[in-house]
Design a binder for this molecule. Structure first.
Ligand code: PBG
Length: 330
């Protein structure tokens, strides 16, 4: 039976009639200003190499990375996040290259501050790019990641990055108490203005696999389930978020993003801090792989993924889809 007009006063389609009306009715937006570009560093000069596991994404030597950052910033990207792929022979059990002031990340930070001073430089705090075993912390003889020993190493790494001029440190290690010790160390060394963006809810995720290829690390044993979170849990994520806020975090982040939209939305309700989300390597790579097979359109699906993450409540998004989104926005 067909309804008469009289019977149907409410027609949601009126708000979708044409693009101009759809614009007015649009509830959230995605702009270049919402995006953080994770960038990968390699040693050497004038070097760029494509990453097999992440179509379209490259590793850069410091000079090339600075140029790339300049281009991104000129297009409205406010911040980048640095990850190093260091030579395997420099890696050791403790990850001691993490606090070498002449290391790849501190060197890049100094150059970036010189050449692109208005860009926000974020650096990941964790030991996995630097340890021979690939874990995020210091491992004891029972093959466990030792929380409190790792905190000392993270503080050293944080102070070296802060001294190089890093704007925001992003601890991604998931050790207990790290935000507090990093905050205290920064403050007692005169780095009161260096911020902490805590990966408060970082899940033990299979979606990180392409990233491990990008920084050329592999777990020598075990997995990360004793420090990263169980994908089944949300109340635990809220607990982690509130603890990090209490310990002095300036911003919080959920990672990965799409399988955890409920976590983003719930944490957003529970905290007054800005909440970000990390659309991780696997989330990017699976869309790119499907695109390469002709199964879907990468640009459209990446945009839809990111707008969904914003709709869930994310204030900013770390993503590898920067170029596709910039193309679409322009
Ligand atoms: C390391 C770190 C990881 C990512 C960011 N920081 C990998 C991991 O925890 O194993 C993953 C990012 C991505 O997949 O894009 N602490």
């Amino acid at each position: 039976m067909v309804l008469t007009t009289f019977e149907m006063l409410k027609r949601p389609r009126r708000n979708r009639l044409k693009a101009s009306i759809r614009h007015l009715a649009q509830e959230c937006t995605l702009t270049a200003n919402d995006l953080v570009a994770p960038l990968f560093l390699i040693p050497g000069e004038k070097k760029r190499e494509l990453i097999d596991e992440m179509p379209g994404i490259e590793r850069y030597s410091v000079d090339c990375l600075v140029k790339e950052a300049e281009i991104l910033h000129a297009q409205g990207i406010p911040a980048i996040d640095l990850f190093p792929a260091i030579d395997p022979f420099i890696k050791d059990h403790e990850g001691s290259e993490a606090w070498n002031p002449q290391g790849l990340v501190p060197t890049a930070i100094r150059e970036l501050k010189q050449e692109v001073p208005s860009m926000c430089v974020i650096a990941d705090i964790a030991l996995d790019p630097y340890t021979s075993h690939g874990h995020d912390g210091i491992v004891n003889d029972r093959e466990e990641v030792d929380n409190d020993l790792t905190l000392e190493a993270l503080v050293r790494q944080s102070l070296v990055y802060a001294d190089a001029g890093c704007d925001i440190l992003a601890p991604s290690d998931m050790m207990d108490g790290r935000v507090k010790v990093i905050r205290e160390a920064l403050d007692s060394h005169g780095f009161q203005n260096v911020g902490i963006l805590s990966y408060c809810a970082k899940y033990a995720s299979a979606f990180y696999a392409p990233f491990r290829g990008a920084i050329q690390t592999n777990l020598a044993f075990g997995d990360k389930a004793t420090y990263q979170m169980n994908p089944s849990n949300i109340r635990e994520a809220i607990r982690e978020a509130l603890l990090d806020e209490e310990e002095g975090a300036d911003m919080l982040m959920v990672k990965p993003a799409l399988p955890y939209l409920d976590v983003i939305s719930k944490i957003k309700e529970k905290t007054t801090l800005p909440v970000g989300a990390y659309h991780v390597s696997g989330e990017y790579a699976m869309i790119m792989a499907a695109h390469e097979k002709g199964l879907l359109d990468a640009q459209k699906t990446l945009f839809e993924s990111l707008i969904g993450i914003k709709r869930a409540g994310a204030d900013f998004i770390f993503t590898y889809a920067i170029n596709q989104i910039l193309d679409l926005l322009n």
